[in-house]
Ligand binder design. Structure first.
Ligand SMILES: [Zn+2]
Length: 329
């Protein structure tokens, strides 16, 4: 019990909690103390002090003081036990993974309300409704998420920290098809692909997470690695369920380690773009993977193609299978 209590207080520092409740405090001197108007009694001159280091408050006006739990007891008129329950709920509302999950769920709901998003997916060859649900594809229309999440009790500060809302206070993702990025079964980021003229790729702050669906893909003795989620979507739709995605040609060190977690063959199917950067990246990656004992094959798509455009322009599963079989060492 005592330990849980300490953990809760660490997870939800008093100062953060007060700020979530819109308390405004300014530094009182050089130390860890902040001062502002007392939320517990009515006053016009600030006498409510918070020590951010000790995680304690004291009001010189009404004489009340204590820790986070005490503050909740006094401000919400709850018993000690009720205050704990209340705070458990509040700290869930301060969890970045949970707010990202809520945002992802919200974006998934939006997909059906914006025909332009469905049309975009259609143009990129992603049609199967079951697959769209499985990949948890959503749509960020822009300008709606912030209000929704604030109403759910999340603080603006948290929305900013996760990058869902930018410094100006607006939704970061705007007119983008959205894919959640997972790490260890939690959403750690969202990737937004522009459906309009804005820069194509956009992540929130932080890591891009694991290789896509790695828990299921890693079971296969050979895997196909692509750089984009739309590449992955058409491959899965065509039955190539052993495809995974690194979201860009540059793998994080965690993603690289994942590919090397057992002996396997990795088919690299990056864009065959005009400036050759995709193939250069594939070449360099193949070299590093081979040094770890991984067999690599480079899939040569027709010039100017990526796996997505290959299927969109009429390529089928049989033809892609032939490309895999012809892949270069
Ligand atoms: Zn007071």
């Amino acid at each position: 019990m005592g330990e849980d209590l300490e953990r809760l207080k660490q997870r939800l520092p008093l100062l953060d909690f007060l700020r979530q409740q819109n308390w405004i405090g300014r530094p009182a001197g050089q130390g860890p103390e902040f001062v502002g108007l007392c939320p517990l009694h009515s006053e016009t001159r600030p006498s409510f002090y918070v020590n951010a280091l000790k995680n304690l408050f004291y009001c010189h006006g009404c004489g009340q003081g204590g820790d986070l739990i005490r503050f909740v007891e006094l401000s919400q008129h709850l018993s000690f036990r009720q205050s704990l329950t209340y705070l458990e709920r509040q700290s869930a509302v301060a969890d970045p993974a949970l707010v990202l999950q809520q945002a992802s769920a919200f974006y998934q709901q939006q997909l059906d309300h914006y025909p332009e998003a469905r049309q975009y997916l259609e143009r990129r060859g992603v049609r199967d409704p079951a697959l769209i649900r499985e990949l948890q594809i959503g749509y960020a229309p822009g300008g709606r998420l912030r209000r929704y999440l604030l109403a759910q009790g999340y603080s603006l500060d948290l929305l900013r920290r996760t990058g869902l809302v930018n410094l100006q206070g607006h939704d970061t993702l705007y007119q983008r098809v959205v894919f959640p990025c997972y790490q260890d079964s939690s959403i750690v980021n969202l990737y937004g692909r522009s459906i309009g003229s804005a820069f194509a790729h956009r992540f929130l702050t932080g890591t891009k997470g694991d290789l896509f669906a790695w828990e299921s893909v890693r079971q296969f003795p050979s895997v196909i690695l692509v750089e984009g989620m739309l590449d992955l979507a058409v491959l899965w739709q065509a039955g190539f369920r052993h495809a995974t995605c690194s979201l860009g040609t540059h793998l994080t060190s965690d993603q690289f380690q994942q590919l090397c977690d057992r002996p396997r063959t990795v088919y690299l199917s990056f864009d065959l773009d005009a400036n050759g950067s995709g193939q250069q990246a594939a070449h360099a990656l193949a070299h590093r993977l081979r040094a770890q004992g991984i067999t690599t094959r480079r899939v040569l798509l027709p010039p100017g193609h990526d796996p997505n455009s290959f299927f969109v322009r009429g390529g089928d599963a049989r033809q892609f299978q032939s490309l895999l079989e012809a892949a270069l060492l």
